[in-house]
Design a protein around this ligand. Structure first.
Ligand code: UP6
Length: 261
């Protein structure tokens, strides 16, 4: 799978969200997702409009926005249509099935109503996936499982990671991929692997984050999407320019990978 083009994978992919994402990755020549971790609605919307042309996927943490309202969601969805990207709410659900169902569909954020993709930890066991699926599958949404994390000392390794892969295979109608550091070998389904902890200029952030380059992540570790946050909009950076820099780096790494046939 790692040697196929995103379009070749899109053509045969059973999950509608994965199909759409893989298509627009080739269309926009982008395997870049930007993590917009800003706390004011207008800051978020301004940044998204600037980086929109360079990304295939917008990653949000909607619960850090101080002045969140329904209009923000409407504007995000409008920007997604304008610039052609999907929206991934990085909610990292971690509770029992019944609770995550409510957290996903209700409350202030009503995540399932606007986010194409969300994700969850597998600590609670299979019920978390079943709960989210009851809400998300009828709406045509997709789920990513956190199989690994980028942070130093993460406990998501070894048999935990392995069991997570098995859960994804079992629920491959709704689970479309993973948050992981690398592509996992030997999977039966085509899962989209997304990797955070990507930076071109620094190695970490002093709070456990660890950065690798797009080349390491996409070409060597064969992941599909790079997730970049502060590398794009950190202080003193021109976000539009940086997003283009990461888009190019990610795309060139992908081209080197698929030419390895
Ligand atoms: N993220 C990680 N590591 C993980 C999972 N998720 O960093 O294992 C998320 C963070 C943040 C983004 O919640 O939104 O990816 C990384 O941002 P950064 O590039 O500014 O470090």
């Amino acid at each position: 799978i790692a040697l196929k083009t995103y379009t070749e994978r899109a053509n045969v992919h059973p999950n509608a969200v994965a199909k759409k994402l893989l298509r627009l990755m080739d269309e926009k020549k982008s395997n870049l997702s930007v993590a917009v971790d800003l706390t004011k609605k207008n800051q978020v919307l301004e940044l998204v409009d600037k980086i929109g042309p360079s990304i295939c996927l917008l990653k949000t943490h909607i619960d850090i926005v101080e002045d969140f309202d329904a209009d923000m969601v409407q504007q995000l969805v409008a920007l997604a249509e304008k610039h052609k990207f999907l929206i991934f709410e990085d909610r990292k659900f971690a509770d029992i099935g019944n609770t995550v169902k409510l957290q996903y569909s209700a409350g202030v954020y009503k995540i399932a109503s606007w986010a194409d993709i969300t994700n969850c930890h597998t600590v609670p066991g299979e019920g978390i996936i079943s709960g989210l699926k009851e809400v998300g599958l009828p709406l045509g949404r997709g789920l990513l499982l956190l199989a690994e994390m980028s942070s130093k000392g993460t406990l998501a390794t070894g048999s935990y990671t392995q069991a997570t892969l098995e859960l994804a295979e079992k629920h491959n109608d709704f689970c479309m991929g993973f948050i992981a550091r690398r592509r996992f070998p030997g999977l039966k389904s085509d899962f989209i692997h997304m990797t955070p902890g990507v930076g071109l200029d620094v190695k970490g952030d002093g709070l456990g984050q660890q950065y690798r380059t797009p080349e390491e992540v996409i070409c060597e570790s064969q992941s599909d999407i790079i997730i970049v946050g502060r590398g794009v909009y950190g202080s003193g950076r021109d976000a539009a320019q940086e997003a283009e820099r990461y888009r190019k780096a990610g795309w060139e790494a992908y081209q080197r990978r698929i030419s390895k046939q």
